[in-house]
Design a protein around this ligand. Structure first.
Ligand code: SP5
Ligand code: ZN
Length: 356
């Protein structure tokens, strides 16, 4: 029997709950909810091919290698600050209502930010779908520890490890949260691999949505390759990034590759594009384990996506990545068809590890 696949998970995400989002002018229960991670954990715990463990505490330092201190500080203190100032009664999540967009700031920098942290939120957030509650900061910190712990297991010899991160990360950039994401778990892992001696790290992002945060973080970096398959931003969130022509800049020129997919793309169509993306990874020749940002929202049943993969296709995706013959750490991003998450993640990981 092949070695069991390590799975790192934390319970801290359970308190990132009671979430609401505003979509299409409607307030609704947030799609990004604890049941997602619970479903994945239950499916993996029921199979002895997997070995569950808890994360170790890496502290704030690896987060500050990727994110601005002001963002980390804001996320840590905004809930208590809003309570103290009587800006919330604590029964509703915090969602910014006024956004400091580039056009707003214009040329009259530097703008003094308001003292109230709730008022400040819109200077660091890009959507109305990323609610903050009392447990959000601790959950986001734990998700980073989950990702770093899984990475450590691969560095220690596992060929594949899985980080059950919640909240997800790939929409978060240096000074901006959004898209259900607060800290960019995959980017933090990539930076950590470099700090531990790697020279070239590749991130392969299979979430349905473009990882605008990851792209932005490494846009001018030649030491991190970012390759993403996603719904075409001509119609798919996050709308303002993810086109094929976005290839990076300066030393990062060519180290960013986007593969937008038309609505209705099925498993065969996805795999055909994926093989081209994996060739880009292979040519980049990373000298560190592969970092996979895995979303399950390309699934046909996903309420936010418009692609057409099924549970079995995720095993084929894992097999395709496995054929690179590299070790890999898989980091959970999105995926909202809760009843399909367990089987799809399990299939991906088994496919990735391979039979042997
Ligand atoms: C990590 C992740 O998957 N974040 C995704 C965030 C999506 N946020 C809301 C997208 C709104 C798109 N509206 C599409 C409605 C389709 N019925
Ligand atoms: Zn997504």
């Amino acid at each position: 029997m092949p070695a069991r696949i390590p799975v790192v998970a934390s319970e801290a995400h359970l308190a990132h709950d009671g979430l609401l989002e505003v979509l299409g002018g409607r307030e609704m229960a947030c799609y990004e909810r604890p049941a997602r991670a619970l479903a994945i954990q239950a499916a993996l715990a029921a199979d002895d091919a997997f070995a569950l463990s808890e994360p170790t505490d890496f502290g704030p330092k690896p987060i500050l290698a990727i994110h601005a201190p002001a963002l980390v500080d804001l996320l840590e203190h905004v809930w208590a600050d809003a309570l103290e100032r009587g800006r919330t009664d604590g029964t509703r999540p915090l969602i910014p209502d006024t956004f400091r967009t580039a056009a707003y700031v214009g040329s009259h920098e530097p703008a003094a930010l308001p003292g109230g942290l709730l008022d400040r939120l819109g200077a660091y957030c890009f959507d109305t779908a990323t609610p903050i509650v009392a447990g959000t900061y601790a959950a986001a910190r734990a998700a980073v520890d989950v990702a770093l712990s899984a990475a450590q297991l691969v560095l220690d010899g596992a060929r594949v490890a899985y980080a059950l991160c919640r909240p997800p990360g790939h929409h978060a950039s240096r000074s901006m949260f959004g898209g259900y994401c607060f800290f960019n778990n995959a980017a933090i892992v990539a930076e950590q691999l470099l700090a531990q001696g790697a020279g070239r790290v590749a991130i392969c992002d299979l979430d349905y949505h473009h990882g605008n945060g990851t792209q932005q973080l490494f846009w001018e970096r030649g030491d991190v390759l970012y390759v993403s398959l996603h719904g075409d931003p001509q119609g798919a969130y996050p709308y303002f990034s993810g086109a094929d022509g976005e290839r990076g800049a300066g030393p990062g020129r060519g180290a960013n590759r986007n593969f937008p997919l038309p609505p209705g793309t099925d498993g065969d169509g996805y795999l055909a594009v994926l093989s081209g993306a994996l060739e880009v990874v292979d040519r980049f020749a990373p000298d560190a384990p592969l970092v996979v940002s895995l979303g399950i929202d390309a699934h046909v049943a996903d309420p936010l996506g418009d692609l057409a993969l099924d549970d079995g296709d995720y095993r084929r995706l894992g097999e395709a990545v496995g054929r690179l013959g590299r070790s890999a750490m898989v980091i959970q991003e999105g995926g909202y068809a809760v009843e399909h998450l367990g089987a799809s993640v399990r299939g991906f990981l088994l496919g990735l590890r391979g039979a042997g």
